[in-house]
Design a protein around this ligand. Structure first.
Ligand code: IPE
Ligand code: IPE
Ligand code: MG
Length: 244
């Protein structure tokens, strides 16, 4: 798609405002090549960089990517370690380049379950993100949709007990307790890798997202594949329960 610098008040409606992606298929990509699964994660992290810049350049406002779920701890220790090392590398990089590249990065997930080093990096990226306006990348790390809803319910209950909130709860109020507070719901959810399930991703936020599934494995995903997903999105008729 055409690259454009989108300024407030002027955006191309043909481009989804918020795209969410479940990065899947790294392990199978590596297996096909006779490589260890960890090589798939390294390749997948390069794809992520490319796609993030592409989204920024075509005028997407928010990109949310599922990088590590609350269930992914079940994997072999070596694989988890490699993923954490790649995330550590990416966070360091983001700290150095976010402002220059106009990319605001936020972490969605239970950061308290991560190593002290990753927690410190997440805090640092948050500080920098506060100073940036524009394209936002949300990296879901130790993220689970159910966990997010339960944590939000706990924080709401604590606010009620402390007199900071009344017992009347609307959907909009509840959404402010989620990691995605202040972020509009995804318009388009993409899952590469061939599976057609959510795997506990953005359960609340995807109520009206358009889903796009492809067999392409994440490390093979390209800007052209993203264009295909966007073309499919454009052909959808979003009714939100109404009639058109
Ligand atoms: C996605 O790729 C990355 C993470 C879940 C961290 P997978 O590792 O799930 O790859 P497959 O699905 O086994 O091919
Ligand atoms: C979903 O992929 C989680 C992430 C991409 C982080 P999985 O590979 O963990 O999902 P399942 O096990 O196939 O449902
Ligand atoms: Mg998988």
């Amino acid at each position: 798609m055409e690259k454009r610098n989108v300024t407030a008040g002027e955006r191309d409606d043909r481009v989804p405002r918020h795209i969410a992606i479940i990065l899947d298929g790294n392990g199978r990509w590596a297996k096909k090549r006779g490589l260890p699964r960890t090589a798939g994660h390294a390749a997948g992290s390069e794809t992520f960089r490319k796609i993030a810049y592409y989204c920024r350049d075509i005028g997407v406002e928010y990109l949310t990517i599922y990088a590590f779920s609350t269930e992914n701890w079940k994997r072999p220790e070596g694989e988890v370690k490699t993923i954490m090392r790649l995330l550590d590398k990416y966070l360091h990089e983001a700290i150095d380049t976010m402002e220059r590249d106009g990319m605001k990065m936020r972490i969605f997930g239970d950061v308290s379950g991560l190593s002290p080093e990753l927690q410190a990096l997440a805090a640092r990226t948050d500080e920098i993100a506060d100073r940036i306006d524009g394209f936002q990348v949300n990296v879901c790390l130790n993220y689970g949709g159910r966990d997010e809803i339960v944590q939000a319910a706990r924080r709401y209950a604590a606010d009620v007990a402390a007199g900071r909130a009344d017992g009347e709860l609307s959907e909009a109020q509840f959404a402010r307790y989620l990691y995605s507070a202040n972020v509009p719901d995804p318009d388009l959810l993409i899952r590469p890798g061939g599976e057609q399930r959510l795997s506990n991703f953005l359960l609340w936020q995807c109520a009206y997202a358009e889903f796009y599934f492809t067999d392409v494995l994440w490390p093979d995903f390209t800007p052209e594949e993203l264009d295909k997903a966007i073309a499919a999105f454009r052909s959808r008729d979003r009714r939100y329960g109404g009639v058109k």
